[in-house]
Design a protein around this ligand. Structure first.
Ligand SMILES: Nc1ncnc2c1ncn2[C@@H]1O[C@H](COP(=O)(O)OP(=O)(O)OP(=O)(O)O)[C@@H](O)[C@H]1O
Length: 982
């Protein structure tokens, strides 16, 4: 007799996604089923139909075709068709013939899948449970978001990234000295905020020349896939807003700042975070603000988070610097005069922080601290610290807390982070090599005349159409500009001895020579850079790529890549001033400054190309100048006036503001120059002392708090050395169908197998896959190897697929054990907490999806505490699918009872899980809120919106936690069997 009757409801074992099918017709040989929800009709052989009859039992929830829901009490069968009897959601008695069940009913919940006979592989169930366990652990881990990126663990960067990414909609200026890793810090902050769901979309604005470098760094170090947007691509989107086409958009500042229409589109697109690199170019003055400043101002008024990056925040003057702070917090930074006045006070605070070390015992130190602490808590700490009776531990604790309080409450430290080489330590020495050359007659002629004839300068400026003092500092440019002079017939590089000197050094393999090294040459003007390269080629047969602002991006990247290539790359790269800003050339140790820039910060930017993290050698700075020339006088001012070549001092802008004009006037006169140098030196020393005692010292102390940085590194190291990760990855790869082959030295190659489940990042069937390692150091030493971590996109994708889908949420296995009689049934139920909260709350840090495992035997006895997951899992054997389905069918009623009982057993655990989550939240957020509120009374840099947002967040988290529910995540049925059987 056939099992099928028209009107019965069945589902396809292999294609459960087709939904609930209805038997249309059948005979002895075949049955035809209509899957209305997916509009498919299938005909099967009745004897081997991969179909399961859908039969609900007491307690099951069903949906009617008319949209009402019912909980089944019982069922009646008549002529092969079932009618369900139960109650609807309003408690009314209802009856529902199976033909009236909704076609769209999905059987993806564990309970439904199990009872409709859909069982997955046993090892899938295992992996699901482990995934849940690890996800729960990692989501709460303090290193989440910081442990995945492929970077060296550098304390000041991690401190900043951790501190900033904890804030609600962070708005900060990352102002570490050149080359200390601002891009890395911004990348870390972005990565963490994306990973924990705090933000979803970011817009990154960088100078044209750095777009590719950012793109590559974000991909290579952070596995972040960023869309580079330019005009051509934007036009390809027609009328649509091109900024809406990706989650992470990288755009060139040069393009956006010049394009009002695109700016409007960017403003209309909802971003959560804006990052602006080389932010010192955002010029502002009381008279006018530049187009770039205005654009960022408008964007930053709409986008909650803002990261401004610059190594030389004061390059455009203190007022401009202040204006950028105002972008971060318009309320706090509205009065420039007051800002300057506050700065005067920083010396006392820094003095007080240093005085902490001299207590107890030093009455003056106590006085100095007393003068700046005015709240009761700090006074109490000070009393403890000054009390000779207190023990060493009490002293240390009070000292630490006071130091934190002082740093928190004073200065711009909350919105600006500036690490210096001096503070960070471990950077290579910088060595200046001055080279004095004879001035070419054509240059000398002009200089002599200028020295003799005051009126000639005006004439020269008109004739050459150059600016002052460029006309003096860049003699080759002046020579080119006067090309109508009948004496200037030769190309400048033919007469300029700097070229000959360069050629000699480039071929010299002695100690002074560059023959065995890479050399970066920077010249101020693009035309100088181009002519210089031509000179090297024509006179010395040296092919040097040129890197300047006029090149297309691809050309620039090609030039940089040609230089970087260790084996076949060019020995020399010639750069113009702004063409090379922000670039990474730390593999090279020789920098030739073919001429000098006018601003000390530009000089520092130049040196910063080489003096960056990763530089392994002392840096050799070569400056060729002409004896008695203005260029040589400028060099003296830098060197003798402010020691500009030995280290960044951070006072160059002040000195330029004070002496820039006077210096320009002294470029032809040694006596005046000597006076200016002496005055510069005096101001330099005074500023340095002030800065060291005041603002800089405070900034330095605040930009990296070593104890916190160490804690972050420790947390990351814990995940780096997590032995569970390789085990988990190995299992997951196996199940997802990725072959892994050991290559030795801790490296493995991952390759898609023909059975691989599609859509895994970096793995496409038929392609070769990628090599990877778990070891941070190894991954850093080889660009071609990825680093696998809990945060790697492949790991996240596999975990996400498992947890968001049905994979492994049902299983059936055999247990053969001499102590257990055969034929008995057990149910291993895994429940998972669900909390309805928006991702941006990042609730998982306190209460991640948490597993509750319940193991019941068929009598309902709870064996959870007696038999562990691993202990049980190791002794289980797989069962073939059709046998599994038959076993389940025969035990339907018993299983239903166990499911219901398991639910109430798991429910007992819920209150303590919620309580633990709330406790974690209170510990962290209440402390943070209290700290912010106390801070706000002293430090105006704490924004009210920040405090409000934190209070609201706390409330929202608490509300969400209260309604946490448990849901059945997965279930495994275990049947005991005779241990001797097979
Ligand atoms: N933690 C790190 N691990 C590995 N490399 C790093 C790390 N930090 C910085 N670097 C490398 O050091 C160089 C300088 O870093 P980055 O470009 O972030 O500095 P920056 O402060 O933004 O520089 P600039 O002031 O020139 O813009 C880059 O090549 C970067 O890849």
């Amino acid at each position: 007799m056939s099992d099928f009757s028209p009107g019965q409801r069945w589902i396809s074992d292999g294609e459960a996604e087709l939904g609930l099918g209805t038997v249309l017709s059948n005979d002895f040989r075949s049955v035809t089923i209509l899957f209305s929800a997916s509009q498919e009709t299938r005909t099967y052989n009745t004897r081997q139909a991969p179909l399961t009859r859908v039969m609900f039992g007491s307690g099951d929830r069903v949906l009617s075709a008319d949209g009402w829901k019912m909980i089944v009490d019982e069922s009646r069968e008549s002529q092969g068709l079932i009618t369900y009897v139960g109650e609807d959601e309003h408690g009314n008695p209802r009856e529902l013939p199976e033909a009236k069940l909704a076609d769209t009913m999905q059987f993806d919940q564990a309970r439904d899948r199990l009872l409709t006979g859909q069982v997955d592989r046993n090892d899938w169930f295992d992996l699901r449970f482990r995934t849940l366990h690890h996800f729960q652990r990692i989501e709460r881990h303090p290193a989440l978001g910081l442990s995945g990126p492929r970077i060296d663990l550098i304390p000041h960067q991690l401190y900043i990234a951790d501190e900033v990414s904890r804030r609600h909609a962070p708005r900060v200026l990352l102002a570490d000295e050149v080359g200390l890793g601002k891009t890395i810090e911004a990348g870390l902050i972005l990565h963490r905020l994306l990973l924990n769901g705090r933000i979803e979309r970011a817009l990154i604005l960088v100078p044209d020349s750095l777009t590719h470098q950012w793109l590559v760094e974000l991909l290579r170090r952070f596995s972040l896939d960023v869309r580079l947007l330019n005009e051509t691509q934007s036009q390809a989107h027609g009328l649509a807003n091109p900024f809406e086409t990706a989650q992470l958009v990288l755009a060139s500042q040069d393009w956006l700042f010049a394009n009002p229409h695109r700016q409007e589109q960017a403003e209309a697109s909802q971003f959560d975070l804006l990052i602006v690199d080389e932010a010192h170019h955002l010029a502002w003055s009381e008279e006018e603000s530049g187009a770039s400043y205005q654009c960022v101002e408008r964007l930053s008024s709409k986008i909650p988070g803002l990261l401004l990056l610059t190594a030389t925040p004061e390059q455009m003057g203190l007022a401009s610097h202040f204006a950028r702070l105002r972008l971060l917090d318009p309320e706090r930074y509205h009065d420039f005069a007051r800002f300057k006045e506050e700065e005067q006070h920083y010396g006392e605070v820094a003095g007080a922080i240093d005085a902490l070390e001299r207590l107890p015992g030093d009455a003056d130190a106590r006085e100095a601290i007393n003068a700046v602490v005015d709240d009761r808590d700090s006074q109490a700490l000070l009393a403890t610290l000054a009390n000779p009776e207190a023990d060493a531990a009490q002293h240390e604790s009070a000292r630490g807390q006071l130091r934190e309080a002082l740093l928190d409450r004073h200065g711009t430290g909350r919105v600006m982070f500036r690490n210096s080489r001096r503070h960070v330590g471990g950077f290579p020495e910088r060595r200046l090599h001055r080279v004095s050359l004879e001035m070419p007659p054509a240059y000398r002629r002009v200089v002599r005349r200028l020295e003799r004839d005051e009126d000639y300068l005006d004439e020269l400026l008109i004739e050459s159409e150059m600016d002052y003092p460029d006309v003096l500092i860049y003699p080759d440019a002046m020579y080119r500009a006067l090309s109508n002079d009948p004496l200037n017939v030769e190309p400048w590089w033919h007469i300029d001895r700097r070229i000959n000197w360069l050629l000699e050094r480039l071929s010299d393999d002695g100690e002074e020579g560059f023959a065995n090294d890479k050399v970066l040459i920077i010249a101020h003007h693009r035309d100088t850079a181009l002519g210089l390269a031509e000179g090297l080629r024509v006179l010395g047969g040296i092919h040097a790529p040129v890197f300047h602002e006029g090149l297309s991006l691809i050309e620039r990247d090609r030039a940089a890549a040609a230089f970087a290539d260790e084996e076949d790359g060019s020995q020399v790269l010639v750069c113009s001033e702004i063409g090379s800003e922000g670039r990474n050339f730390q593999f090279c140790r020789h920098l030739v400054m073919f001429d000098l820039p006018q601003h000390p910060d530009q000089l520092e930017q130049r040196i910063g190309r080489l003096d960056r993290i990763g530089q392994k050698h002392a840096i050799e700075l070569h400056v060729p100048t002409f004896a008695g020339s203005p260029g040589e006088r400028l060099l003296r001012w830098y060197h003798e006036g402010m020691d500009a070549f030995s280290a960044p001092h951070g006072v160059g802008s002040d000195l330029f503001e004070a002496f820039g004009d006077a210096l320009a006037d002294a470029l032809l006169d040694d006596d005046s120059l000597n006076e200016i140098i002496a005055e510069t030196r005096t101001l330099f020393s005074a500023r340095l002392a002030e800065q060291d005692a005041g603002r800089n010292r405070l900034l330095e102390l605040n930009a990296c708090r070593p104890v916190k940085a160490e804690a972050v590194i420790e947390a990351i190291s814990e995940l780096d050395h997590d032995t569970a990760l390789p085990r988990y990855i190995e299992r997951a790869l196996d199940i997802f169908g990725v072959d892994s082959q050991e290559l030795g030295a801790g490296i493995m190659h991952l390759q898609p197998s023909p059975q691989m489940l599609d859509g895994l990042p970096g793995l496409v069937k038929g392609e070769e896959g990628f090599s990877a390692t778990f070891d941070r150091a190894r991954a850093l030493s080889r660009d071609d190897i990825q680093r696998l971590s809990w945060e790697h996109p492949l790991t996240r994708e596999m975990m996400g697929r498992i947890l968001d889908g049905t994979m492994g949420n049902t299983a059936l296995a055999l247990l053969r054990h001499p102590a257990i009689s055969s034929g008995r049934l057990m149910a291993e139920l895994v429940f998972r907490t669900h909390c309805p909260a928006p991702r941006s709350l990042h609730l998982n840090r306190f209460l991640p999806p948490t597993a509750v495992r319940v193991l019941l035997d068929e009598s309902g006895a709870n064996l959870t505490g007696k038999i562990s997951f691993t202990g049980l899992s190791q002794n289980l054997q797989k069962v073939n699918k059709s046998l599994a389905r038959d076993l389940i069918k025969s035990r339907h009623d018993q299983l239903r009872e166990l499911l219901t009982q398991g639910e109430s057993e798991a429910e007992c655990e819920l209150p303590s899980i919620i309580e633990a989550g709330e406790k974690r939240m209170r510990e962290q957020l209440d402390g943070e809120l209290a700290r912010l509120q106390a801070l706000a009374e002293h430090n105006p840099a704490v924004r009210d919106v920040e405090i409000d947002a934190l209070s609201r967040e706390r409330q929202a988290l608490s509300d969400a936690m209260e309604v946490t529910r448990l849901r059945l995540d997965s279930v495994r049925v275990i049947i005991t069997a005779d241990p001797k059987g097979r």
